[in-house]
Design a protein around this ligand. Structure first.
Ligand SMILES: Nc1ncnc2c1ncn2[C@@H]1O[C@H](COP(=O)(O)OP(=O)(O)O)[C@@H](O)[C@H]1O
Ligand SMILES: [Mg+2]
Length: 621
């Protein structure tokens, strides 16, 4: 029955149509299984021993019956029975070792695949994550990896066990009585055809349920996050949401009932038909035995072997689908592993030289990578990759921030300022031209040294759902408690942290939602101060802060900029005034550059921005 359960389970887990599998997948699977060859050999060896033992018991049982009828010695009868007992014990032992091996292989394989996928995904450029749906990616890491493992161990072991059992049982039965064997097999088509039909039906139901479950999961993960829930409260229609969810849940419920019934029918057939075949064997075999054409023990042996014939036959009838399913799971994992990270460290990469660092853009042109360069349609959960991207958003950008200087970027929204900022820490690579730190192209520098050199505070300062301390230490795991408090003080967070009952151990909530915008911003600044970067990139998003928070954030920012080379996307006159150089960016071009006074005198775009935005904001503050 265990085999039939495995069959049912695999039928239900067929989430994909296992139609075609790409060439070479099998070879790659073998490659992945290579570290486990030793265990695999032991496992297959034991499987064979087990199969032989399983066939020998019915033969011995027949001997016992023949021994009784022939009235041979008690030693022979009891001895044979004892041998059956010994075989049972040995078989139980091999079963345990077998499971141990297969569990180690299976779990080892999960481990290998998970590590490989996690490590690979982590190396993906930001562009990949801006396109990929997190749920789809996580599902690759969980479901497909497990699917690959399960199918690998159960299908493989099943295939080997079943083939050997089938061959042995059939061989022994044919030598005992070919007539009875042929008769017993007559019922087989009546058994296999409905079983396959049922299997396909289960697969369809399973696929539908999987789709519905995935949709429910997506709905829940999106709605049950702090920002999602807020959006529902503000704009959503809770009744419609509940209705939509309920609709899916209802269909899952109905599928559940139909699946249960289909399963029951399958199991019924599974137990009924071999029993009927057995009755046939008893009847025909018994008749032959009464005529003296067959020994009584042989009839018993044939009847017992029959079950060992039917079970593997059913399993093998579906083996192709099982193996295809396994390969599809593997393929979905390999697909992720095959996305080449666009931004990689050169083997010859060197660290950023010590000392103050200059930042230089030379004739930089940049286009966001097109979808097919960075992601997978199947992870975006869209049928076709969108074709946005590929258009140049920065044209011929050249400027130089000397070590210790402050360069301010101003310009209207969508001009390309944030894009410029993202090129310095190499979140993206330029299309042409170069971005250099201390005269060295960032593409020739090690990732680690860029991370240590360039600190970024973005507009939506991201925090992990963890304590304040853990979020701070993310930038500098070895920081001492004094250093932590120093950063907190300089980021003007001391009062806040001291007022919290749990202090540094306060959990900030998902994405820092339990802090105000200004507090969140100052926490990300504290994190930056702790990391002590030599270059600071700020997307100075203070526009949405109230004036009190703004003053605190401003003070924290001044600390962050102190003595560092800085590129600041500035919205505030005080920062802009302090800048050694102001770059006015419009439509991906630097249209004006100079100091505040120079640009006011020039009476161009900057003077206009000054009149219409900065001065007003200053007046309101
Ligand atoms: N991830 C992205 N993929 C494709 N285009 C983008 C992406 N991010 C920004 N853009 C586009 O690049 C241009 C510049 O955007 P951005 O640098 O964010 O402007 P700014 O920061 O000056 O407001 C805009 O046209 C924007 O639509
Ligand atoms: Mg921006």
């Amino acid at each position: 029955m265990y085999d039939s359960w495995m069959f049912m389970r695999s039928a239900m887990n067929r989430a994909d149509n296992p139609g075609q599998v790409r060439r070479g997948t099998l070879r790659r699977v073998a490659e992945f299984a290579r570290p486990h060859w030793g265990k695999l050999a032991v496992f297959l060896g034991l499987t064979m021993v087990d199969a032989v033992l399983a066939v020998s018991t019915p033969v011995l049982a027949g001997r016992v019956v023949d021994g009784i009828i022939a009235r041979t010695s008690i030693q022979i009868v009891v001895g044979t029975a004892a041998l059956i007992a010994v075989i049972a014990v040995v078989s139980a032992g091999t079963g345990i070792v077998e499971r141990w091996q297969s569990a180690r292989i299976g779990e080892g394989l999960i481990y290998d695949l998970r590590r490989a996928v996690f490590d690979h995904v982590q190396r993906m450029p930001v562009a990949f994550f801006t396109r990929t749906r997190t749920g789809a990616l996580v599902s690759r890491l969980n479901n497909d990896v497990i699917g690959a493992q399960r199918a690998f161990t159960t299908s493989l072991s099943g295939l080997v066990t079943n083939l050997i059992q089938l061959a042995l049982s059939l061989g022994v039965m044919l030598t005992l009585s070919w007539q009875v064997t042929v008769l017993a097999l007559i019922l087989l088509p009546a058994f296999l055809l409905p079983a396959r039909r049922m299997g396909n039906r289960m697969a369809d139901l399973g696929r539908e349920a999987a789709g519905l479950n995935a949709a429910m999961t997506t709905q829940m993960t999106e709605r049950f996050s702090a920002p999602g829930a807020t959006l529902v409260k503000l704009f959503g229609h809770p009744e419609l949401e509940a209705e939509e969810f309920g609709d899916r849940a209802r269909r899952v419920r109905d599928i559940g009932v139909r699946t249960a019934m289909a399963t029951r029918w399958f199991i019924t057939g599974m137990t009924l038909l071999p029993t009927l075949a057995q009755a046939l064997v008893y009847g025909v075999g018994g008749w032959l035995a009464l005529r003296g054409d067959l020994a009584a023990g042989t009839v018993v042996t044939l009847a017992l072997l029959l079950t060992r014939l039917y079970t593997p036959l059913t399993a093998l009838a579906n083996a192709r689908v099982d193996i295809m399913t396994a390969l599809v799971s593997f393929e979905r994992v390999f697909e992720v592993l095959d996305v080449q990270p666009m931004i990689t460290e050169r083997p010859s990469a060197r660290p950023v030289p010590p000392g103050p660092v200059s930042v230089e853009f030379s004739d930089v042109r940049f286009a966001y990578p097109a979808a097919d360069q960075v992601s997978l349609a199947s992870l975006e959960e869209v049928a076709n990759l969108d074709t946005r991207g590929g258009q140049e958003v920065l044209h011929d950008i050249s400027f130089r921030a000397e070590a210790g200087q402050l360069v301010a970027l101003v310009g209207s929204s969508g001009a390309g300022k944030s894009t410029m900022a993202s090129l310095v820490p190499r979140l993206y690579d330029v299309s042409s031209g170069s971005v250099a730190l201390s005269g060295l192209d960032v593409r020739d520098l090690t990732f680690e040294s860029i991370r240590a050199t360039v600190g970024v505070v973005t507009q939506d300062g991201h925090l992990f759902h963890d304590t304040i301390e853990a979020n701070l230490r993310y930038a500098q795991p070895n920081a001492s408690v004094d250093e932590l408090w120093d950063a907190i003080r300089r980021a003007r967070l001391e009062d806040l942290v001291l007022s919290l009952p749990d202090g540094l151990d306060t959990v900030v909530g998902e994405r820092g939602y339990r802090l105000s915008g200004g507090e969140r911003q100052r926490l990300t600044i504290a994190r930056l101060l702790l990391a002590r970067p030599r270059v600071v990139i700020l997307d100075e998003a203070t526009a949405h802060l109230d004036s009190e928070s703004e003053v605190a954030v401003q003070a924290a920012l001044s600390e962050a900029l102190e003595g560092r080379t800085a590129v600041v996307i500035a919205h505030r006159l005080s920062t802009i005034r302090e800048a050694d150089q102001i770059l006015v960016v419009e439509d991906g071009r630097i249209v004006e550059r100079g100091t505040h006074d120079e640009l006011i005198d020039a009476n161009g775009r900057y003077a206009e921005l000054h009149r219409t935005q900065f001065a007003i904001r200053e007046a309101n503050a």
